[in-house]
Ligand binder design. Structure first.
Ligand SMILES: *Cc1c(COP(=O)(O)O)cnc(C)c1O
Length: 497
């Protein structure tokens, strides 16, 4: 098999696609990335236009996954997106708001957040990869989550043969409903544990576990090895490229854009995984013009894109959009790799400065390319609530706080730039995952407690509660573990006894 994945920190460090998916992260800490980005044929959009979402998945993924037969990918796409797992037959429907504004709804999956788009497929890619690698040990997925990933990973890996999954979530950084979704998770191979601190604490803790050689040796003796389902795994990024291609095909099919006409995308961003997939879709040939990066008050990416300096030495805020409360956007490393002309030494240098000083400044050629591809803006909690309220009162469209951040940043971008290119705003969560914030935004002061708040939001808006959230009422709490960062290793050893 061709070694056609490489580390962003060392292009000579090569792996095959199944190895890259099984490993998650390169041994030098770099991110595993395709050695060559495939270009779609000129006819691709016309061809995909007539396809189902599942067929589009196979069409896009096939060009990245040497060693996987199209028949295998077809089976994974059917298991991931078929069988009524998604509440919309379109899987990722595009909703028209006005002649130049469209919303790509990525939350119709089993956990009501966009993480399902990738995490329904990843377990299939991973177990197939392990088999292709002749791996005899059982994989244990470790996840640090800012809320949505954890639940989506648990649901994706639930009872998948030859896998275990242990999720750490930050005690101070997930909503009540997100927490309930995780601690009631069913399945014989799953574990859930809270960590004192915020998402960066949990993520740093998990990263330390991955590089702990004594832990690895101990686990190997027990027949296990660790892998990641975080958004740095190529098996997470790849399925996300599909919905950008798919959205464009849908717009073309509906006559909203003419053949070859470009669209902008506006993406609420945290770890930079979702918007990176949009960049790759563009690089493959999907007619995308501007990539608009929307941040909340943790606006480290806004500053980076506007100034060229990445600086995580700043106050960390817990915001109304917790899945974007991140100061280290891991997937940005792949973007630096591309924008530097795939200069692995430069990427290594920036990443070592980030580790040492918490900051780095990119050179002028990268700054120029950044500004050519991206625009960036940010949105505080007041503005987030105001946008939820206005979208509801003016358009009768109910959105969650993450999506509201994107709409706010788009509005500011349009005012400043005058750019009226049709724009796809990415909607990343169901508003029912964040009932408290949404009700507050709608001016409702007294909130029902626990899960009754779901019914309250339905009463206020007439919008039905998504079925997977309504079902939480029948679930019992299974997990109540809480540790501090230093004790995470012990949790892993207990879990894999
Ligand atoms: C994870 C998440 C994001 C951020 O996505 P990234 O890929 O980390 O940029 C935005 N919104 C929601 C609801 C999420 O769950």
């Amino acid at each position: 098999m061709t070694m056609n994945y490489l580390s962003t920190r060392n292009k000579d460090l090569r792996m095959s696609a199944p190895q890259a998916i099984a490993k998650g992260l390169a041994p030098d800490g770099g991110l595993l990335t395709p050695a060559v980005l495939p270009r779609l044929p000129a006819s691709a959009v016309e061809t995909m236009k007539e396809m189902s979402y599942q067929q589009r998945v196979v069409y896009i993924m096939n060009s990245f996954l040497e060693g996987f037969a199209a028949s295998e990918l077809t089976a994974y796409a059917a298991e991931a997106y078929g069988g009524g797992k998604f509440s919309s037959e379109d899987i990722a429907p595009v909703v028209k708001l006005d002649d130049s504004t469209y919303c790509l709804e990525l939350w119709h999956g089993p956990t009501c957040a966009f993480k399902d788009m990738a995490l329904q497929v990843l377990p299939h890619l991973l177990t197939a990869s392990l088999e292709k690698n002749d791996e005899k040990k059982t994989v244990c997925i470790l996840v640090a989550t800012s809320g949505d990933t954890g639940k989506a990973a648990l649901e994706g890996f639930r009872n998948v043969d030859k896998t275990r999954i242990l999720v750490f979530y930050p005690k101070d950084g997930v909503s009540e409903i997100q927490e309930l979704q995780m601690v009631t998770q069913e399945g014989g191979n799953v574990g859930v544990c809270s960590v004192e601190g915020n998402f960066d604490d949990a993520q740093t803790g998990v990263k330390a576990l991955f590089s702990d050689e004594t832990l690895a040796a101990e686990l190997a003796e027990r027949g296990y090895f660790l892998s990641s389902a975080n958004s740095i795994n190529w098996g997470r990024v790849l399925p996300q490229i599909v919905y950008y291609a798919s959205a464009y095909c849908d717009l073309l099919k509906a006559g909203a854009v003419a053949k070859g006409q470009t669209v902008n995308v506006c993406v609420p961003t945290g770890n930079f995984g979702n918007i990176l997939a949009a960049y790759y879709a563009k690089a493959m040939g999907i007619p995308i013009s501007r990539l608009i990066c929307a941040s909340n008050q943790n606006n480290v990416l806004t500053d980076f894109i506007n100034t060229g300096t990445y600086d995580r030495n700043r106050t960390f805020y817990n915001t109304l959009s917790p899945s974007m409360d991140i100061l280290i956007s891991s997937n940005l490393e792949r973007m630096l790799f591309e924008l530097s002309g795939r200069d692995d030494k430069l990427v290594r240098e920036y990443m070592s400065q980030l580790a040492q000083y918490g900051s780095y400044r990119v050179d002028s050629s990268i700054r120029t390319k950044l500004r050519k591809e991206f625009s960036a803006g940010c949105c505080d909690d007041q503005q987030t609530k105001a946008m939820i309220a206005r979208m509801w009162s003016e358009r009768n469209y109910l959105i969650d706080p993450h999506t509201a951040v994107a709409f706010h940043v788009l509005e500011e971008y349009r005012e400043e730039s005058g750019d009226d290119t049709p724009t796809v705003v990415v909607s990343t969560a169901s508003p029912f995952k964040f009932c408290d914030s949404v009700l507050n935004a709608l001016g409702v002061r007294e909130h029902k407690v626990g899960l009754e708040i779901l019914d309250q939001l339905t009463e206020v808006t007439g919008v039905p509660t998504p079925a997977p959230l309504a079902r939480l009422k029948k679930r019992r709490r299974r997990f109540d573990g809480a540790v501090d960062k230093a004790a995470m290793k012990g949790s892993v050893l207990d879990f894999l006894k």
